[in-house]
Design a protein around this ligand. Structure first.
Ligand SMILES: [Zn+2]
Length: 247
């Protein structure tokens, strides 16, 4: 593809990085990313991917904006709108060059598989185990990398699961079953607003590295961020030989 003069200027701070250059920016422009969830994590993820020039975003969320969302879900400002509508308005104003396909539904089953199939990278920005198990399942089945992030209270975590790599663990190597309390959500326990910005931004970084095919993705590692004590740890996350999904 050929960039216009305006696009070369818009993306100039990427293009001047040798790790990206015009080739990397073209890869971003040609890419399709599925972002599942447009809440606290999906807000920074979608904003950065749109601004950075990822050519096509598929955004999925079934919910309408609620007043209690506005503390952290910075993509939205109008209570009552569908999050997909709110996101489209904001992101296309930010970057009219990109294409956005919004799906106002909770993706599952064949509908989820169909969207995963179209994507180069899938970003899990959901907040529950069932959705993550389903995203993990179809990403593995269809050979798509999954950028996982989670945040609750003052704690965040991040990893990349890429079944194209034989040694890569999957999400169920980390959480084999729904043994965690299902009520352990932001609604029930609270979360520090900018923690979502930190983890969501890191998800966007990992996503972009996969798209430009440069750097080392966070595969086989789990990044843990404790915001209250300002501690960042990266631990090895091996494949679980007893994993119900990938073993
Ligand atoms: Zn696994």
């Amino acid at each position: 593809m050929e960039f216009s003069e305006a696009q070369l200027l818009r993306y100039s701070r990427h293009i001047m990085l040798p790790e990206i250059d015009v080739v990397g920016q073209e890869r971003l422009a040609a890419a399709c990313v599925l972002v599942v969830g447009l809440g606290g994590l999906g807000s920074p993820v979608a904003t950065y991917l749109a601004a950075a020039g990822v050519g096509r975003l598929i955004l999925a969320d079934a919910d309408r904006v609620e007043l209690s969302n506005l503390q952290r879900q910075v993509l939205h400002s109008t209570v009552g709108l569908y999050k997909t509508d709110s996101a489209c308005d904001r992101l296309l104003a930010l970057n009219p060059d990109i294409r956005i396909d919004a799906i106002t539904a909770r993706l599952q089953g064949d509908q989820l598989a169909a969207q995963v199939r179209q994507a180069d990278v899938v970003v899990d920005a959901t907040d529950n185990f069932q959705s993550r198990f389903a995203i993990n399942h179809y990403c593995r089945q269809l050979g798509k990398p999954m950028v996982y992030g989670a945040a609750i209270r003052f704690a965040g975590q991040l990893s990349v699961f890429d079944s194209r790599k034989p040694d890569s663990p999957c999400y169920r190597c980390l959480y084999s079953d729904v043994h965690q309390d299902q009520r352990d959500t932001c609604e029930a326990t609270g979360v520090l607003a900018p923690l979502l910005g930190v983890i969501g931004s890191l998800q966007a970084v990992e996503c972009m590295k996969l798209l430009i095919r440069n750097g080392h993705a966070l595969i086989g590692r789990l990044l843990l961020y404790d915001a209250l004590h300002t501690e960042l740890h990266c631990i090895t996350l091996p494949r679980d030989p007893k994993c119900p999904e990938c073993s």
